[in-house]
Write a protein that binds this ligand. Structure first.
Ligand SMILES: Cc1cc2nc3c(=O)[nH]c(=O)nc-3n(C[C@H](O)[C@H](O)[C@H](O)COP(=O)(O)OP(=O)(O)OC[C@H]3O[C@@H](n4cnc5c(N)ncnc54)[C@H](O)[C@@H]3O)c2cc1C
Length: 327
């Protein structure tokens, strides 16, 4: 289990029967019955639903790129699966299967999750807090996310680690020079041909890529969302720094269709700040990454689409129609 026991009841709250009843009207489909041991969602799945358990149980495990697995929790009636990445359609970092007694559960796809957390203040607070804490708990935990193989201190390794950290993506590092016997065996098994393969990124679904750039890493790890190039938005925001994220929260919460594009990560310059003391509402200060992470999730809660990492090369503005296209 991911250590954070003092917050267990916030990480894995159990909804009362009255709360389950009020959640029901937001579900994306009727309850689904799963046989004992049946896989409900798997690592790397995009568009995985949040499941609210009505009967039986769901066993949730995390797994990294090397197939190393660890249990997260076995949830029972009133508990729900998922973490904040699901709000933004990111690829799942965990696998859920029905427990030995099977399971009956209600699905909420991303759109219905958003409707639930916005439509019910009481459930919204409980669910959003749990989803954010679960994601934060995965960062810095072993056996989840990507495995980077390379050398500590290598410039490309630092760039890749920075990219994943700034995007809130869990990862671990295997140092090619590590003399530990287990690590040496693992590295040998990967068949690395030499420095030209380093850093090597291993995705949770087992796909490997040598020396990926940020755009390739974003796509392979399921950080970059699928984007319909034909779709029009009310507002396109270039840059997911504090200004872009604030605009996204306000515009999306007013019901506008919003897309935010950033070439690197959410948070902009502020994401690099160890401590911000002068932001409204945080009298004890907050790290830039924590502030950016909260705002990023808040914007997604209201439906803003986060197109990260994507660089905008050009804006084509038609002064006659008022339409603008980002390329
Ligand atoms: C280390 C550090 C500590 C700081 N501490 C504080 C502090 O304590 N208090 C304080 O008030 N301020 C602080 N600042 C300043 C604060 O971070 C900035 O004022 C703030 O981030 C500016 O926000 P912004 O959204 O306007 O722009 P930025 O934060 O610069 O964000 C711009 C975003 O646009 C993206 N972008 C740019 N061009 C493109 C393109 N073509 N396509 C796609 N994306 C693009 C970038 O990747 C970036 O994410 C600090 C800054 C740093 C670097």
């Amino acid at each position: 289990m991911i250590p954070n026991n003092s917050r267990h009841h916030q990480l894995y709250p159990v909804l009362s029967s009255a709360q389950i009843d009020s959640a029901r009207r937001f579900a994306s489909a009727e309850p689904v019955q799963f046989a004992p041991g049946e896989i409900i969602y798997t690592v790397g799945t995009r568009g995985a639903a949040m499941w609210l358990i009505l009967e039986g149980s769901i066993e949730v495990v995390r797994r990294d790129g090397l197939g190393r697995e660890a249990p997260i929790i076995t949830g029972g009636p009133g508990e729900f699966t998922g973490e904040s990445g699901l709000l933004g359609d990111r690829a799942s970092l965990a696998e859920g299967k029905a427990g030995s007694d099977g399971c009956r559960a209600l699905p909420f796809d991303a759109a219905h999750m958003r409707a639930l957390v916005v439509g019910s203040a009481e459930l919204g607070e409980i669910i959003m807090r749990a989803l954010i804490l679960r994601r934060v708990g995965m960062i810095g935990t072993d056996r989840v996310g990507s495995v980077l193989v390379g050398r500590h201190g290598d410039a490309q390794m630092i760039r890749l680690q920075g990219f994943l950290t700034r995007n809130g993506y869990p990862h671990s590092v295997l140092d090619i020079d590590d003399s530990n016997e287990d690590t040496r065996l693992l590295i040998e098994r990967l068949g690395i041909q030499g420095d030209k393969d380093l850093p090597l990124m291993i995705c949770p679904n087992g796909v490997m890529l040598a020396q990926p750039n940020n755009a390739q890493a974003g796509i392979l790890l399921g950080i970059t969302p699928q984007i319909d190039a034909q779709k029009s938005y009310d507002i396109a925001i270039v840059g997911a720094g504090p200004a872009g994220l604030a605009t996204a929260v306000y515009a999306a919460s007013e019901g506008l269709d919003v897309i935010v594009l950033d070439q690197r990560a959410f948070g902009g310059q502020a994401g690099a700040s160890a401590r911000i003391e002068n932001y409204l509402g945080f009298p004890t200060g907050i790290s830039g990454q924590a502030l950016a992470g909260r705002t990023f999730t808040q914007a997604q809660k209201f439906g803003a689409k986060m197109a990260i990492p994507l660089e905008v090369a050009r804006l084509d503005c038609d002064t006659r129609t008022g339409h603008c296209a980002c390329n």
